[in-house]
Design a protein around this ligand. Sequence first.
Ligand SMILES: [Fe+2]
Length: 465
Amino acid sequence: MSVDSGINRPAPVDITRHAHLSGVFAPQRDEVWVDRLEVIGQIPADLQGRYLRNGPNPRFDPIGSYVYPLDGDSMVHSLSISEGEAAYTNRFVRTPMVLAEEAAGHAIWSGITDGYTPSAEEVGSELAGTMRELPDINVVRHGGRLLAMAESDRPYRLDPTDLSTLGRDSCDGAMEVGSTAHPKIDPTTGEMIVFNYAFERPYLTWSVVGPDGRTVRPPTGVDGVDSTLMIHDMALTSRYVVLFLCPLVFDLAAAMAGGSILDWRPDDGTRIALVPRDGSPVRWLHGDPFWVWHFGNAFDNPDGTVTVDYVEWSYPGGFAEIADPSVASLVRAVLHPDSGRIAKTVVSDRNMEFPRVDDRLLTRDHHVVASVGQVDRAPEATDGLLFHDMDRGTERSWDPGVAVGEPIHMPGDDHDYWGAYGTDPTDLTSAFYILSADDPAAGPLATIRMPIRVPAGLHGVWLAD
Ligand SMILES: [Fe+2]
């Protein structure tokens, strides 16, 4: 006799009490296609393209546990801008887990930290014992593919016309072992550089996809790595893949014993790997411990040093039990590969995140880094958009007074623009703001009213027409 083994299924998560399942983060279950969105102000006539953004968005109310931003199914949001008008559509990425849950009408897989997997009676033999696939962190277009990216797994390929799910993809083998969510595309060569961490040797790999979508370099181990570290993002220069190995270690033995799977080990310090893109030996630098989620950009200097702009946290909040809050600064580090010296300058200490530059300037000097951070330092104030001029050392800001997301640089035919989604925490309506890159502090040229709430977080990409 076959019975539903859901009897052992973990209990539902109370979404009303979970900070990342309620309010501006509450899941969006509607999928819509809406033309001619309402606009306050005027969308610049020279701006044509599409902003795609991914983010965690559980298809059904979660069971067991929910760890933001790793848990949650993927929803990709598309905002098309053309001839002064805007249109919006959104779709779940339909992994086998989402499809099975849609058939059942409720969540079947639990959170990634629970250790629970569904049985064959519940989901069939092929999916029994599997973990939920989570391509919910970023969305990338390269080599003819549109990819929804996971933290460390193979991505899902989407149909660019309607965002329907085409299936898992390995990018011709470059992502066979998986990829993190933040590969980097070199605008000069057209190559996409990918890295991934894993629980088996060689623990850390990098690979290269050519502009035609074919593998140029298959997954290649980074020499000198002897444990699995969480590394969320990378930077890229013309010469180097830049990897910061902050001491956040996966500890499977501790996890099996009921402890945390991630262990912060500040005594190890932070190691920096400059991996030459020509395949020559890795250059290592060693510094004090700190934590990085995201890089702005990096570039080579004529004297052989490497400049890296990133947001530096004192430690990974949520993954280390430290009384003082973790604080974030925008840091410019100049790396000296020959001497091993790391020269750091704090550019801004406004507790920011989501540093972004004009993606056309990746691997080159970028002049401006935009981020989300404390415009108003009052603890109850919402974050605004910050624009750091790296040449002049000045900072401009715009505070929409709502929960604002990652900024995106949008080049127009005549002028450049910055954009971001925001959601009003009082009425939970969402908007997309278009700011002039020349004067972002002046506030939006256009505020596009979204037809449905776009949940807060995470990463996106501008696809110019
Ligand atoms: Fe990220």
